[in-house]
Design a binder for this molecule. Structure first.
Ligand code: S3P
Length: 171
């Protein structure tokens, strides 16, 4: 197996699913956001506040390039990874791409109390989340090899569906 990249909107369950996939299939796990925090020695809201979003996106691309030097990993990507075409080309080269989706209501329930996502600052409502999801949807779909809906499913069910769909593609 090369790598499995989990992509999707904030709160769609990438980190939770990555932890389970790591356990089930003895993969190495990479949590991109954490790697960015480690590299910058600052938390994500601070990076956005002090240096701005494009600096964060540069770090994201750098971390991705480091990750792509190895194989056998499940990678929980930041929700904005698809915003740069260069990132999408890179993950396509280095593994299989799984898009996790969730309804805006589910996303809101999952991120509602979280203040670690600057993109959702003052946007924690169905209308704003739906709009942002809509804006990004085409990029997510274009990047994905397989798509797995996460609403109303257990983490184990989601993992089994991911592996089943990847196997069917011959990944
Ligand atoms: C972002 C998603 C976040 C994090 C940053 C920006 C985005 O990751 O990378 O706050 O633009 O969608 P999660 O999807 O893991 O929350």
């Amino acid at each position: 197996m090369s790598n499995i990249f989990l992509i999707g909107f904030m709160g769609c369950g990438k980190s939770t699913v990555a932890v389970e996939l790591q356990k089930l299939y003895e993969l190495q796990m990479c949590e991109m956001d954490q790697m960015i925090v480690d590299k910058a020695q600052m938390d994500i809201p601070q990076i956005f506040e002090v240096y701005g979003e494009s600096y964060f996106r540069d770090l994201e691309t750098e971390v991705l390039n480091d990750i792509c030097k190895c194989v056998g990993q499940v990678v929980s990507c930041g929700g904005g990874i698809v915003l740069r075409e260069i990132n999408v080309s890179k993950i396509k080269e280095c593994g299989s791409i799984v898009l996790l989706t969730a309804r805006p209501e589910t996303i809101l329930a999952r991120v509602g109390n979280d203040n670690n996502r600057p993109i959702l600052k003052d946007k924690k409502n169905i209308k704003d989340i739906s709009e942002l999801m809509e804006k990004r949807q085409e990029k997510y779909i274009k990047a994905a090899d397989v798509v797995v809906e996460t609403d109303d499913k257990s983490v184990r069910e989601i993992c089994e569906e991911i592996i089943d769909k990847l196997n069917k593609r011959g990944a």
